[in-house]
Design a protein around this ligand. Sequence first.
Ligand SMILES: NC(=O)c1ccc[n+]([C@@H]2O[C@H](COP(=O)([O-])OP(=O)(O)OC[C@H]3O[C@@H](n4cnc5c(N)ncnc54)[C@H](O)[C@@H]3O)[C@@H](O)[C@H]2O)c1
Ligand SMILES: C[N+](C)(C)CC=O
Length: 491
Amino acid sequence: MIRKPMYIDGSWQPARSGAQREIINPFDGSIIAQVAEGAREDAIDAIAAARRAFDSGPWPGTPAVERARLLFRLADLVDREKEDLARLESLDTGKTVIESRWDMDDIAGIFRYFAGLADKDGGEVIASPHPDTSSRLVREPVGVCGQISPWNYPLLQASWKMAPALAAGCTIVIKPSEITPLTTIRITELAEEAGFPPGVVNTVLGPGAEVGAELSENHAVDLISFTGGIATGKTIMRAAAGNVKKVALELGGKNPNIVFDDADLDLAVDHALNGVFFHAGQICSAGARVMVQAGIHDRFVKALTARMQRIVLGSGFADGVQMGPLISAEHLAKVAGYVTIAREEGARLVLGGDRPDDPALQNGFFYLPTLFTGCTNDMRIVQEEVFGPVISVERFDSEEEAVARANSTVYGLSAGFWTRDPDRMARVSRALRFGTVWINDFNVYFVQAPWGGYRQSGLGRELGRMGLDEYTEVKHIYQNHAPQPLGWFGK
Ligand SMILES: NC(=O)c1ccc[n+]([C@@H]2O[C@H](COP(=O)([O-])OP(=O)(O)OC[C@H]3O[C@@H](n4cnc5c(N)ncnc54)[C@H](O)[C@@H]3O)[C@@H](O)[C@H]2O)c1
Ligand SMILES: C[N+](C)(C)CC=O
């Protein structure tokens, strides 16, 4: 059994209360680890350590090349530990180990990308309107950053926050999801090995309503970066108002995947599967809302159904398995609840809609790949984030109708569409109001491109140059090289 404490001010320690939490394997419900279960008092200790490391420690003033060196070193350690990290992630989340290996490659690349950016900003000279003066802009670290991450991509989402914050010269207190903390603890061990000074990286474990709430409310925190659900994001925004801390939010999505009549049907079906069934649909950018133009609708549904029937469920560690379990019994109940709602609303269940009957999967939180057709814009299955292996298919006639319907959602994270018509590519990509739009692809993200949502899918951007800028303040420095008396108030 794995047993892990928290990391505060450069030392590994239990929760002040001594409390512990059991971490559950979603594949079979077994207990895989016991970790410290922190509370507000532990978060307060960590924030104080991060504050000291920022205000009087060497980190913000450390030359950017040295910060970069540590981040490059951390990337190398992620590479060294890739297989163990991937297996730990799969144990904790249930996702296939192949997906976890891709995540680890991404994560090493993220630390390298932000290490590379750390020393590239020499400031900017701007044109002063006054003679004998100079004006320049410099970017400085925001300060102490609270970082709260979700359970679905535990280490990937943590690295999107840790890497730019540390590159910018901030100090951090990170709180992973209480149900999937293991890889965040492991990367904290690697950060210690890489040589980050005490207090720069602090990892506090525990429930959102305690540890996360403290990070959001505490006046010694300058920025709170959160990835998770919309309801929690709204709570955090309200909590952050107390000291007007900066807020960065990466929230949920209900992402339309639009297939036009002229699309390559086989390709569109293939990507529709990946768009939803990777990680059992527990992806913010899952293309669970599939919209198909009338001319190919029936052929598309037939091909999709045939492919979905062949999806192999099982342990993420077993050869040939394509889809693992949902994260928890609670989440399984939520997904099943949406299926009931969809049936009551009149959607037609074509496939799935139940748990698998394979005896080997009964102790895990598995749900069958599920397909609904005959869905309409007003249904909850179409408008709300199910976060499971459930596709709703809507039929549409015109491009205008598809775009208008796709945009009629509170979410705005990502969207994709399939067509061979270059004019339509230009028109539709402009008309869709989402943070990322894919043309003839789906669910593609990489560190060079910013990621974030329109509307209620979030605030700000992670990744790319913008992802670093989130962790900086801009200072204007103005110098008068030949100051003269103004004389306004006499001599
Ligand atoms: N936009 C993105 O890039 C992105 C990426 C991954 C996940 N997500 C979203 O995350 C959600 C799934 O993750 P989840 O179920 O872990 O989300 P969640 O909102 O329940 O929890 C996310 C984190 O917030 C913490 N938290 C809970 N209550 C809190 C509070 N009152 N104050 C502060 N922190 C609190 C949790 O402990 C956890 O660490 C989905 O909606 C998904 O779309 C978005
Ligand atoms: C942002 N992403 C796609 C890596 C994970 C979303 O849940």
